[in-house]
Design a protein around this ligand. Structure first.
Ligand code: PBG
Length: 327
């Protein structure tokens, strides 16, 4: 005869009882929908490794943002594919750049939708790195401090275009503080910073780099993104971003780093986002298409697990379909 407290099955007997004691909820209000907006595009362009996700024109991005809002998703995250790329990534802070134009258009059509702008140079540089490359070193390296000023400029131009939140994803040291100072100086003291704090040098970004055409032309991102082996360092990154003035922190990718979502949540007590990235999305889509996994159950279990680990916000390409399943 087992001890009474070992009879946990009693709590699983009915759906209603399971609902009463459920610890974690996922709702459309917890989700952020990422979108790729391309300059000069007039149609939707499929992304092979990300079935269901497309490169969008500005008009289509407005339409998609409207669909997300109608499903109860409060925020979109914008990535830009500029008309032209150069060594510095000047398209990132162009007042008429693709993200700036898309932000204005979405805010005008859907004022209640939060527009979060990804803040990085890699989509805008011709070499695909997230900052200014120093050619005088061998191998070439990214110049941290020279990049900060360009990131600050980009943040200000995105906020001026109407971005509700700016989200630096470059992983340069000190960028949160510099961006905060630049926003404040420009009068944008109310614009929060969502910092990609613990962003790992991950193989799971593969499909994104196809979508944004941002694979580095040489080398890799291990000089600035984190080593997947390091957990305590991720906590330190998160604390530094919090100290520099980040309002929301992020762990990216999500599934291979659930332990760090929990550690950073417990350590900082800050609002925390997790990015369920392109490769995580592509795996589920491919397995579902092959008939190996049931897509709906897999996605909902994944999102629940990310929330249970401690994420307040889940950024996911599944957002629209998940919101449909959840309603
Ligand atoms: C830009 C950036 C990347 C992602 C988000 N912002 C790519 C990268 O660092 O190579 C990846 C997102 C995804 O895979 O869905 N620095």
């Amino acid at each position: 005869m087992p001890f009474p407290q070992t009879r946990l099955r009693r709590l699983r007997a009915t759906r209603a009882l399971r609902g009463l004691i459920r610890e974690t909820e996922v709702t459309p209000a917890d989700l952020v929908y990422p979108m790729f907006v391309a300059h000069g595009l007039d149609r939707r362009e499929p992304i092979a490794a990300m079935p269901g996700i497309e490169r969008l024109s500005i008009a289509h991005a407005v339409e998609e943002a409207g669909e997300a809002a109608a499903l109860g998703i409060p925020a979109v995250l914008l990535f830009g594919l500029p008309a032209a790329k150069d060594a510095e990534g000047s398209g990132a802070w162009d007042e008429e750049g693709v993200v700036q134009l898309a932000t204005r258009a979405i805010k005008q059509a859907h004022p209640d939708t939060l527009v979060i702008t990804d803040l990085c140079l890699c989509e805008y540089t011709d070499h695909g790195h997230c900052g200014v490359v120093r050619e005088d070193s061998d191998p070439p390296t990214v110049d941290n401090d020279a990049t900060l000023e360009l990131l600050a400029r980009t943040a200000v131009s995105q906020a001026r275009a109407g971005a509700d939140i700016v989200a630096p994803s470059d992983m340069m040291d000190g960028r949160v503080g510099v961006i905060r100072a630049a926003l404040d100086e420009d009068g944008m003291t109310e614009t929060p910073i969502l910092a990609y704090s613990a962003k790992f040098a991950s193989a799971f970004y593969g499909p994104f780099r196809e979508a944004a055409d941002s694979a580095p032309a040489f080398g890799d991102r291990r000089g600035y993104q984190m080593d997947p082996a390091n957990g305590s360092e991720a906590v330190r990154e998160a604390r530094l971003d919090a100290d520099e003035g980040a309002d929301i922190l992020m762990v990216k990718p999500a599934l291979p780093y659930l332990d760090l979502i929990r550690r950073i949540k417990d350590d900082t007590d800050m609002p925390l986002a997790a990015y369920n990235v392109s490769g995580e999305y592509a795996m589920v889509k491919a397995a579902a298409a092959a008939g190996y996994l049931e897509e709906r159950a897999t996605v909902l279990e994944t999102l629940t697990s990310i929330r249970r680990a401690g994420a307040d916000i889940v950024i996911t390409y599944h957002a629209k379909e998940a919101a449909q399943w959840l309603s």
